[in-house]
Ligand binder design. Structure first.
Ligand SMILES: C[N+](C)(C)CCCC[C@H](N)C(=O)O
Ligand SMILES: O=C(O)CCC(=O)C(=O)O
Ligand SMILES: [Fe+2]
Length: 418
C-alpha cells in the first residue's frame, strides 16, 4: 500500500520544513520516467503530494485525494486550442485523444499542475480547480444546499413572504425569494393582484412557463371539466404532480383567486425530510424506493380531452455519485399497475412504501396553509408534496408549472448555489 509510506498521510498536513519526500511508484516497475514526490508548498497553501500510476495521477491537495485519469486530464485541458473561453465550450475533439495517453512530464508548483503530453502540448490546471472539479471533490459536496423541515422547523424559521413589488422590481427581492425557495422547497409572494394575468407575470419573472396538457396558465374549479379529482371538491391526500411525465414538472405555482365556502386548506409536506428519516431508520427501505422503477399513468377521456401519459422512475431519485436525493415521485392516485417489479421484491417494496407513507403522514410533518387571494405559493414539485382539504362552495385556483432548469438558471445568475 503506497499510502503507508506517504509522509503526508502519516503526518496529516505537510510540515513547514519544505523538505521533499522522494517517492517511487510501486508495482511492477516504474511506468513513467517522472518521479512522483510531495512538493513543498507556500506555507499558506494546502499541502500537495502526487504520484503517477499507469493510467492516472494521484494528487493530494489539502484533505482531498484525487485520482485523475490521464485521458480525463487531456480532455479537460483549458488551453486556448482546447477550450473556447468566450463560449465556455470544448474545442478539443475528445475522440482524437489516444485512450492510452500518458504525460511525458509532470510538474506541480504551489498552485498549478503542469502536464506535457507526447506531442508537446502543455496543459495547466489550477489545483483549486482540480479539487473542486474532481470526482472526489464533487462527492464531498452537495449539489443543492437545503433545510429539511417539519411543521415546527418551518414555522420557527419564520421565513418571510416576499412583497410582490420587491419580487418584480428588485434583484434583492427576487434573490431572497429564490433563496427561500431553494432552501425550503416552498416560497410565497404576497400583495399580488388576484388575476391570472398578474400570476403569469410573477411566474415569468423566474422562469419559462411549462405548458402541459393542462395548458399554460390554468384556472380550475370543481367543475370536473377534466378527468382528475383535482377538479372536484374532494380532499386530496399529499402527492406530487405529473408523476406520469418522464420528467415531472419542477415547480408548481398556486394562486387561489376566490373561495366562498369552507375547508379547502392546502397541505404541504417536505418529502425529503420524510425520506431522510426513512434512510436513518431503515436504509434498506430507502434503497428499495431508490432502485425499484415504477410507472405512473394519466388516462383521461372526459369531454374533448383524451390523454394517455406514462412516466417511469423510482419513488426516490438520487444522484449516483453521492446518494443525494433530488426528486421524489409520490402519487398514490396516479401510480400505475406494478408490473416492472419481480415477485420476490414486490412485498418488500410495499413495506418500504408504507414506511415512507407513515413518515409523510406524521401530523408533525404537515404544514397547513389557507391560500388567500393575493398570496401566491410556489412549490418545488420534486421535493414538497401538496394536498388539500375537502371544501364547500365556489373555489377558483389559477397557476402554472415552471421548468425547473429555468428557475435554477435564474437563481445561479443571482449568485445562488442551485
Ligand atoms: C394543477 N392542475 C389542476 C392543472 C392539474 C392537476 C393534475 C392532477 C394530477 N392528478 C397530478 O397529480 O398530476
Ligand atoms: O385544489 C388544490 O388546492 C390543489 C389540487 C391539486 O393537487 C393540484 O391542482 O395539483
Ligand atoms: Fe396536485
Amino acid at each position: 500500500m503506497w499510502c503507508q509510506r506517504l509522509p503526508w498521510l502519516l503526518r496529516g498536513r505537510r510540515g513547514s520544513t519544505g523538505r521533499r519526500w522522494p517517492w517511487l511508484p510501486r508495482g511492477p516497475g516504474p511506468v513513467l520516467a517522472v518521479p512522483a514526490r510531495c512538493h513543498p508548498t507556500a506555507p499558506a497553501s494546502p499541502c500537495c503530494a502526487w504520484q503517477l500510476h499507469r493510467d492516472h495521477l494521484e494528487l493530494r491537495y489539502g484533505s482531498t485525494v484525487m485520482r485523475l485519469d490521464f485521458v480525463w486530464l487531456r480532455d479537460h485541458c483549458r488551453s486556448a486550442s482546447c477550450y473556447n473561453t468566450k463560449t465556455n465550450q470544448r474545442s478539443l475533439d475528445t475522440a482524437s485523444v489516444d485512450l492510452a495517453i500518458q504525460p511525458q512530464a509532470v510538474r506541480v508548483d504551489e498552485s498549478t499542475l503542469f502536464l506535457t503530453w507526447p506531442d508537446g502540448h502543455v496543459t495547466r490546471y489550477g489545483l483549486q480547480w482540480l479539487a473542486r472539479n474532481s470526482y472526489e471533490g464533487q462527492k464531498q459536496q452537495v449539489m443543492h444546499p437545503r433545510i429539511l423541515w417539519n411543521a415546527e422547523i418551518y414555522q420557527q424559521a419564520q421565513v418571510p413572504s416576499i412583497d410582490c413589488r420587491s419580487f418584480l422590481e428588485t434583484d434583492e427581492g427576487l434573490k431572497e425569494f429564490l433563496q427561500n425557495f431553494l432552501l425550503y422547497g416552498i416560497a410565497f409572494v404576497e400583495n399580488v393582484t388576484p388575476t391570472k394575468e398578474d400570476t403569469e407575470i410573477l411566474a415569468k419573472r423566474i422562469s419559462i412557463i411549462r405548458e402541459t396538457i393542462y395548458g399554460r396558465m390554468w384556472y380550475f374549479t370543481s367543475d370536473f371539466s377534466r378527468g382528475d379529482t383535482a377538479y372536484t371538491k374532494l380532499a386530496l391526500d399529499r402527492h406530487t404532480d405529473t408523476t406520469y411525465f418522464q420528467e415531472p414538472c419542477g415547480i408548481q405555482v398556486f394562486h387561489c383567486l376566490k373561495h366562498e365556502g369552507t375547508g379547502g386548506r392546502t397541505l404541504l409536506v417536505d418529502g425529503f425530510y420524510a425520506a431522510e428519516r426513512v434512510l436513518r431508520q431503515a436504509p434498506e427501505h430507502f434503497e428499495l424506493l431508490a432502485k425499484v422503477p415504477l410507472k405512473h399513468e394519466y388516462v383521461e377521456n372526459v369531454g374533448g380531452c383524451h390523454n394517455h401519459m406514462i412516466g417511469v422512475g423510482p419513488v426516490l431519485n438520487v444522484y449516483p455519485w453521492n446518494n443525494e436525493l433530488y426528486l421524489i415521485r409520490y402519487n398514490n392516485y396516479d401510480r400505475a399497475v406494478i408490473n416492472t417489479v419481480p415477485h420476490d421484491v414486490v412485498r418488500r417494496w410495499y413495506h418500504a412504501h408504507r414506511a415512507l407513507t407513515a413518515e409523510l403522514r406524521r401530523p408533525d410533518n404537515e404544514l397547513w396553509v389557507k391560500l388567500k387571494p393575493g398570496k401566491v405559493l410556489f412549490v418545488d414539485n420534486w421535493r414538497v408534496l401538496h394536498g388539500r382539504e375537502a371544501f364547500t362552495g365556489y373555489r377558483q385556483l389559477c397557476g402554472c408549472y415552471l421548468t425547473r432548469d429555468d428557475v435554477l438558471n435564474t437563481a445561479r445568475l443571482l449568485g445562488l448555489q442551485a
